[in-house]
Design a protein around this ligand. Structure first.
Ligand SMILES: [Zn+2]
Length: 342
């Protein structure tokens, strides 16, 4: 015998416990490996010992091959067959030794919808009804019922999308004012009108072509501008969980008169200046105003008897302010890593 097989078996036993699958293959099964060398040495073995010697080499070869095969099967039992999911975000594919936690795979409510629910809850407690807007509307509800007669220059303020058959994608939730006045009249009328809006505009960190607005109207006898300020202030203080100072700036909308931009003291820095308020201490939050008599009359409400106010605020804007989101486009680009934070 040229080789002491018991010595080789002991070495193999050590190697099986210390070497990786690739190293084991290289050392024993490659062309220059141990087994190959042993077969070469077979030529020098005396004839009467050849068959026994050859048998032992084959037994060693099988031992190594079985060990390598079993290691692969062990791995397949532990891991999913498809290690890379091309539809999953980067961090799931890169967790090589860890399956994604089941919680990562569950659906959840979008941050915009979470905020919308909170806002609608506040208004319901304040006695408001809810009526959702449409995603396709007509010229009458988008413009004419809101005191934009045909050819009115203010129509140009709204760069809208039109369909070939003259329907419009609403550029604001005010499209619902006429319907709300008719549905909930005669006054008192208190309605919030949440809905999706569309504008043909270039996008940046604070502008999107698609966004949510929440419109509100309140119509009754003797409703004043002061009632409007108090209502909006109460709602915002409840929503932002902070006492606020408010001020109004002049604005222009054809469907309200007088009109205003509603401005609040920055709830994050108490007017000392921060990135949210662009270091001004104040945040211009929404348009509002007393509903124009033409709009009331068009909705079947006698403007000689009743008055009311309306406002429209961007849900995306409110969500960004409340959640500290610096780029509102993030709310719609479907990035799971972003959404999973909420
Ligand atoms: Zn601030």
């Amino acid at each position: 015998m040229l080789k002491d097989f018991s010595q080789i078996l002991k070495e193999i036993d050590d190697d099986i416990h210390t070497l990786s699958q690739v190293e084991l293959k290289q050392k024993y099964l490659s062309k220059s490996g141990v087994i190959s060398k042993m077969f070469k040495e077979l030529k020098e073995v005396p004839d009467k010992e050849k068959s026994e010697y050859g048998l032992k080499i084959n037994q060693i070869k099988t031992l190594i091959e079985d060990n390598i095969k079993n290691r692969v099967e062990e791995k397949l039992e532990d891991k999913p067959l498809f290690k890379i999911d091309p539809t999953a975000p980067f961090d799931i594919n890169s967790k090589k030794d860890k399956k994604p936690h089941i919680l990562d795979l569950r659906g959840s409510s979008h941050p915009l919808m979470q905020e919308l629910e909170k806002i609608l809850d506040i208004f319901q407690r304040m006695g408001f009804n809810i009526l959702e807007s449409r995603q396709l509307d007509d010229d009458f509800h988008m413009f004419e019922s809101l005191n934009f007669p045909k050819g009115h220059p203010a129509r140009d303020m709204y760069d809208t999308f039109w369909t070939d058959d003259n329907f419009v994608l609403p550029a604001h939730t005010s499209t619902m004012q006429n319907r709300a006045l008719r549905k909930f009249g005669p006054p008192p009328i208190r309605v919030v009108l949440p809905g999706r809006c569309f504008r043909n505009e270039a996008t940046d960190a604070s502008h999107e072509h698609t966004f949510y607005q929440i419109e509100g109207i309140y119509v009754d006898k003797d409703i004043s501008f002061a009632n409007m300020l108090a209502t909006i202030k109460s709602y915002l203080e409840e929503y932002l969980e902070k006492e606020l100072e408010i001020r109004v700036q002049p604005a222009y909308f054809p469907f309200t008169e007088p009109d205003a931009e509603f401005v609040i003291s920055c709830p994050f820095c108490n007017k000392s200046g921060c990135s949210t308020c662009h270091y001004s201490g104040w945040i211009e939050l929404m348009g509002c105003g007393m509903i124009h008599p033409n709009v009331l009359n068009s909705g079947g409400i006698d403007s000689q008897i009743y008055s009311g106010f309306a406002w429209g605020v961007g849900l995306d804007r409110l969500t960004a302010i409340k959640r500290g989101i610096t780029d509102i486009r993030k709310l719609r680009d479907g990035d799971i890593n972003f959404l999973r934070q909420f």
